[in-house]
Design a binder for this molecule. Structure first.
Ligand code: NI
Ligand code: MN
Length: 226
């Protein structure tokens, strides 16, 4: 799999040539100003919850790429009303087999109101299983015991977890989350974008090393084989 970071919580994962884009928030992100949004052409856009810092560029990228949006039922209805018809609604605990692999929509402890005040359902994360490997994109979430359910079904190769604190779990909880999900390769997200979530990168990496794990912090625009 190929992992590209577009800043904040926005990642593209390429699985055998199929591109999955998560939580596009690029144009309002000063740190991601060098990213050329017009060049982003995913096959699927997966949206964890309704907040602006996860949906900002979803409509534009869906329309320029023809990508299918995957999210919870309420968020899909919101995009349908914007004229985006290629969508797939899910809800918590449900799985679906897509051409690239199986997606399960799982619990996140957070909130999910859409930018215009529309109810964005309940927030979630995604567990993706594919021939190329398995991963978990947690979305915005607190540490929750529900994470322990994930390794009962899926052996993860890596996980993308929020580490910025204040709006989500911080590094200390993310280390415990990595134990709950039985995954020692963690990619950090949801840090540094705003003043509330700035973190010390080296200290964060050390906390994972002390737990016999690894924290990967990608540069914005960086692609990594994973
Ligand atoms: Ni949020
Ligand atoms: Mn957020």
């Amino acid at each position: 799999m190929k992992l590209t970071y577009f800043g904040h919580a926005c990642f593209e994962v390429e699985i055998e040539g199929i591109k999955l884009l998560f939580d596009p928030f690029i144009s309002p992100n000063e740190l991601a100003k060098d990213i050329n949004i017009a060049s982003i052409k995913p096959d699927y856009i997966l949206i964890s919850h309704g907040h602006e810092d996860h949906v900002a560029d979803a409509e534009r990228i869906a329309k320029q790429s023809g990508a299918t949006i995957i999210s919870n039922f309420e968020i899909i209805e919101w995009f349908n009303k914007k004229g985006i018809e290629k969508t797939h609604p899910m809800n918590h605990g449900g799985s679906w087999d897509f051409p690239f692999g199986k997606v399960k929509y799982v619990t996140a402890i957070h909130s999910s109101t859409l930018p215009d005040g529309t109810n964005g359902g309940n927030p979630g994360g995604f567990v993706v299983e594919s021939n190329a490997g398995n991963f978990y994109f947690a979305g915005d979430t607190a540490l929750t015991m529900d994470m322990k359910l994930i390794p009962m079904f899926t052996r993860l190769d890596f996980a993308i977890l929020p580490i910025g604190d204040n709006f989500t779990m911080g590094v200390e909880e993310a280390v415990i989350a990595s134990n709950f999900i039985a995954c020692d390769k963690i990619v950090g997200m949801h840090y540094d974008t705003f003043g509330y979530i700035e973190i010390d990168h080296e200290q964060a990496k050390e906390q994972f090393i002390h737990n016999d794990g690894e924290l990967i912090l990608l540069q914005i625009g960086q692609t990594k084989e994973i």
